[in-house]
Design a protein around this ligand. Structure first.
Ligand SMILES: Cc1ncc(COP(=O)(O)O)c(C=O)c1O
Length: 399
């Protein structure tokens, strides 16, 4: 049994000071509930930041990991890997892409997508500039953080890689103004996650598609947070009727086990040839077995549709009960990706919810973010919304 104070002391002493952790030591979870080391139960409305789409310890994922771990954990991509091939087929049969490359995280998926875009561009006589959006988040490697359209992540990291430009989100004219022969790709999150649950308009994504077609530029959708059923479709692009050229996924696709991927259409994927990209661990037998169990469960349990329906219901309830609040600027979302934007700092509300043993998170300074498991019961979600509405009314009263 772990002791909270001992663990906190070890973390404080040994870890880099990069994380601001809440004062709790989580030790087990089932469905949308997690427990700390003292047996206190929390309702998880954040799902490990969109990872636990199936809740905690989904039996099919646990079983797949246990079974695979007792057979073959790792073997290298020098050899054929059974569950990896099955996971590839499952994902590709459910979208418009033709080929997939497996890696270990969202950041790596973005790196791979950017490398592929540049490789494709180099054989098409184009430059390698990548255009991304203000407020975006694409990961923490040097290139992914340069692509990330938030200055705070760039500070102190100079010199940053070159060949990136950032423009305002949902503004097609801004892209038009700088997308030329020097550009290989435009990368966008259909719903920005870290940026504060900001949804791309359908018209904007359609215009981006048209512009990219006209100018011979690739369109990359980063679906690492909004994909895998969260916004109402297995792939987020399917809810916008716009097909990109490359898609990045990670987070929920492993049911909690680390795995990521980028997918592309054949004519783009073929730009990568033997040795152009690789990964020691990417799509290992264990990760792929977890991924296969997770993605097939998301599909078989009809979770995209469930996310859509529950999301509509939750957003309507929030709008109805909090619509008149003086501290709220906006309530928005798509499926079970929901943001409540305050006119003030939101950390206080995250803390108030935590005291009530409810896990949500404040992103972009003032947006309270809900990313619950897609299979959360309506009762659990309702309980979370009850607590949230009470917290906000309390803050509103003291305003
Ligand atoms: C849209 C998006 N892209 C990329 C990443 C980076 O993923 P990871 O933390 O797995 O490297 C994230 C993580 O939050 C994300 O939300």
């Amino acid at each position: 049994m772990y002791d909270y104070l001992e663990i906190k002391e070890l973390n404080d002493r040994y870890h880099f000071g990069t994380y601001r952790r809440l004062p709790v030591l989580l030790v087990e979870g089932k469905g949308s509930r997690v427990r700390d080391n003292e047996g206190n139960e929390y309702l998880d409305l954040l799902g490990g930041i969109a990872v636990n789409a199936l809740g905690h310890c989904h039996p099919k994922v646990v079983d797949a990991i246990q079974q695979q771990a007792s057979k073959l954990i790792h073997c290298s991509n020098l050899y054929h890997i059974g569950p990896q091939a099955h996971l590839a087929r499952l994902l590709l049969e459910n979208c418009d892409m033709d080929r997939i490359f497996f890696c270990n995280s969202g950041t790596e998926a973005v790196e791979g997508a950017m490398k592929l875009s540049r490789k494709w561009a180099s054989s098409h006589g184009r430059g390698g500039k990548i255009i991304t959006m203000e407020g975006s988040f694409h990961g923490r490697s040097l290139a992914a953080l340069t692509a990330t359209g938030q200055r705070k992540y760039h500070e102190g990291m100079d010199p940053l890689p070159t060949g990136f430009a950032t423009v305002p989100f949902n503004d097609i004219d801004a892209v038009k103004a700088i997308a030329g022969d020097d550009t290989c790709a435009v990368m966008v999150e259909p719903v920005q996650g870290e940026g504060g649950i900001r949804i791309a308009s359908r018209e904007y994504l359609k215009d981006l598609r048209d512009l990219c077609n006209e100018r011979g530029i690739l369109l990359v959708f980063d679906e690492i947070q909004c994909g895998m059923g969260r916004t109402g479709h297995l792939f987020a692009y399917q809810g916008f009727d716009v097909v990109p050229d490359i898609i990045t996924i990670a987070k929920a696709m492993g049911g909690g086990f680390p795995i990521g991927a980028f997918l592309a259409r054949e004519e783009i994927a073929s730009s990568f040839q033997g040795g152009d990209h690789g990964s020691t661990f990417g799509g290992s037998p264990l990760a792929s077995a977890a991924g296969l169990a997770a993605v097939s469960s998301i599909i078989e349990e009809g979770l995209p549709k469930r996310a859509k329906d529950l999301g509509v219901w939750a957003i309507q309830r929030l709008q109805k009960e909090l619509g008149g609040s003086r501290i709220i600027k906006d309530i928005r979302g798509m499926g079970l990706m929901i943001g409540v934007e305050l006119k003030r700092d939101g950390k206080e509300v995250e803390d108030m919810m935590f005291k009530r043993r409810m896990l949500i998170n404040c992103t972009a300074g003032h947006v309270l973010r809900f990313l619950p498991p897609l299979n959360i019961s309506r009762e659990d979600l309702n309980e979370g919304l009850d607590a949230f509405i009470k917290c906000l009314k309390e803050v509103d009263r003291h305003e």
